[in-house]
Ligand binder design. Structure first.
Ligand code: C2E
Ligand code: CA
Ligand code: CA
Ligand code: CA
Length: 280
């Protein structure tokens, strides 16, 4: 970097400063976001691979900043983790998902298991299990209707601690999924000890199916076999094409999720999507 010279440094400083300013604007905006309703959840359906029926949905956070416009969840979640706001936001996500489950029940919709993403800090927060249980109880929602998604790399970071956490959650009746599976390094022993309900095959492998080589197919087949041996359901995420869907179905993948079926939708559009599929 020493050879970069004066201009190199100043360009570097400028982009650094812009990034820092953007992060600060996001942090400030998030402060108000929970109260002002600018934070919302979209829902993306998970489909039974054999019948195409909707068997669940993943809640994905959406946020429009007053000046910056739509900020991707990866970005504002990362800011919230650094600024210590993740606790409040994470609780809001659970409360909002529970409220929505109750609202759908009130409309007579068949109950769907809703997946909620957890960030590493939430998983490590002491008392988080109690908080989640309290929020569900206050909303009158059966914890079995909530499935928390945790990425493989985070689950494996401290596998023994994760095992104990998951046990606590299970004792309260919550379900778990290991997200982005295949990108980290799970030990078979832990996968069994975690007693999760689902493994979600990372989008990377699903997209690699299009390249036609045998590798992606073999890896997915191996993951499915492994999971089924442990009585774990397998969900493929990021399914974008008919071809991917049919290969995954052939390989015995239990559930499919992705743009081929539906994008993440705001609640009213999600309801319409559910109704459309039911009359088919
Ligand atoms: P993720 O949990 O792996 O979620 C899947 C991402 O893939 C979502 O991006 C989803 O919109 C996108 N996706 C779904 N189907 C397809 C497809 O067919 N093709 C492609 N290319 N993409 C697809 P999104 O909504 O931008 O979320 C990104 C990440 O942000 C999530 O990754 C998750 O890690 C995080 N996130 C989102 N909402 C929350 C939340 O409420 N709490 C926490 N802690 N993290 C969240
Ligand atoms: Ca997820
Ligand atoms: Ca994922
Ligand atoms: Ca991901």
């Amino acid at each position: 970097a020493k050879q970069a010279g004066r201009n190199g440094y100043s360009i570097y400083d400028t982009s650094m400063r812009r990034r820092a300013e953007r992060a600060l604007a996001i942090q400030r905006g998030l402060h108000a976001a929970i109260e002002d309703g600018s934070l919302s959840l979209h829902y993306q359906s998970k489909h039974d691979s054999a019948t195409g029926a909707i068997v669940g949905a993943e809640a994905l956070a959406r946020w429009t900043h007053p000046e910056l416009g739509e900020v991707p969840p990866m970005e504002f979640i990362a800011v919230a983790e650094r600024s210590g706001q993740i606790g409040r936001i994470g609780e809001w996500v659970i409360r909002e998902a529970c409220r929505q489950i109750g609202a759908w029940r009130g409309q007579g919709m068949a109950p769907l298991r809703i997946a909620i993403n957890l960030s590493p800090l939430q998983l490590n927060q002491s008392g988080f299990v109690d908080t989640a249980a309290r929020i569900a109880a206050e909303a009158g929602v059966d914890p079995a209707l909530i499935l928390f998604e945790v990425t493989e790399s985070i689950a494996m970071e401290n596998a023994e601690r994760t095992r104990l956490m998951l046990r606590d959650f299970r004792e309260r009746g919550f379900e778990f999924a290991i997200d982005d599976f295949g990108t980290g390094y799970s030990s078979l022993a832990y996968l069994q000890k975690f007693q999760v309900r689902q493994l979600k095959i990372d989008r990377f492998f699903v997209q690699a199916l299009d390249e036609g080589g045998p590798e992606a197919r073999a890896i997915i087949a191996a993951i499915i076999d492994l999971a089924h041996t442990l009585a774990i359901e397998v969900v493929a995420e990021g399914v974008e094409t008919q071809l991917q869907a049919s290969v995954l179905r052939t390989l015995g993948c239990d559930q499919l999720q992705g743009y081929h079926f539906s994008r993440p939708l705001p609640p009213e559009e999600f309801e319409r999507h559910c109704r459309t599929l039911m009359v088919l």
